[in-house]
Design a protein around this ligand. Structure first.
Ligand code: 5GP
Length: 132
């Protein structure tokens, strides 16, 4: 059975799409720890990120870099932080999180509640400056 993230990448489950190419998909985390919190996935479904081939891993990071560059242009932050956990959803994904201080990367803190409009606007603004 396809993972929830495969269904998102295929458009079968809605998401706030940030960017896409042939092999990768980026979308807003539904429970963001910061505004613009984005998940980047390979479309090929692999659970553990380090089970990707070396080429797939490099391509995923290259795509994530482009997404992070776009995020930094439109979301006020000092840097975009990157994290990989993968304990909840068994489809490899990179968290990209705009940060101004260390505690912005805290996955235990209360998640933000953003309106549908706000999420859509954030995704569209990142997508608007994303360069393939
Ligand atoms: P992890 O597996 O890295 O521990 O966490 C999975 C992440 O995926 C969480 O931050 C969670 O909020 C996010 N997530 C889980 N299900 C969905 C979903 O259906 N849509 C979106 N956009 N994010 C999800």
């Amino acid at each position: 059975m396809a993972s929830i993230f495969s269904k998102i990448a295929a458009g079968e489950i809605p998401s706030y799409k940030v960017a896409e190419d042939e092999k990768h998909y980026a979308f807003l985390d539904i429970n963001p720890v910061a505004k613009g919190h984005t998940l980047v996935i390979p479309k090929r479904e692999v659970d553990y990120i380090f089970d990707l081939s070396a080429d797939e891993y490099a391509e995923l990071q290259k795509f994530a870099q482009k997404v992070a560059i776009a995020m930094k242009k439109v979301i006020p932050c000092v840097k975009v932080g990157e994290a990989v956990l993968g304990l909840e959803v068994p489809h490899a994904h990179i968290h990209l999180i705009p940060i101004t201080k260390e505690s912005d990367m805290n996955f235990f803190k209360e998640k933000l509640t953003l309106s549908d409009d706000e999420m859509a606007n954030i995704a569209a603004s990142i997508n608007g400056v994303f360069e393939k």
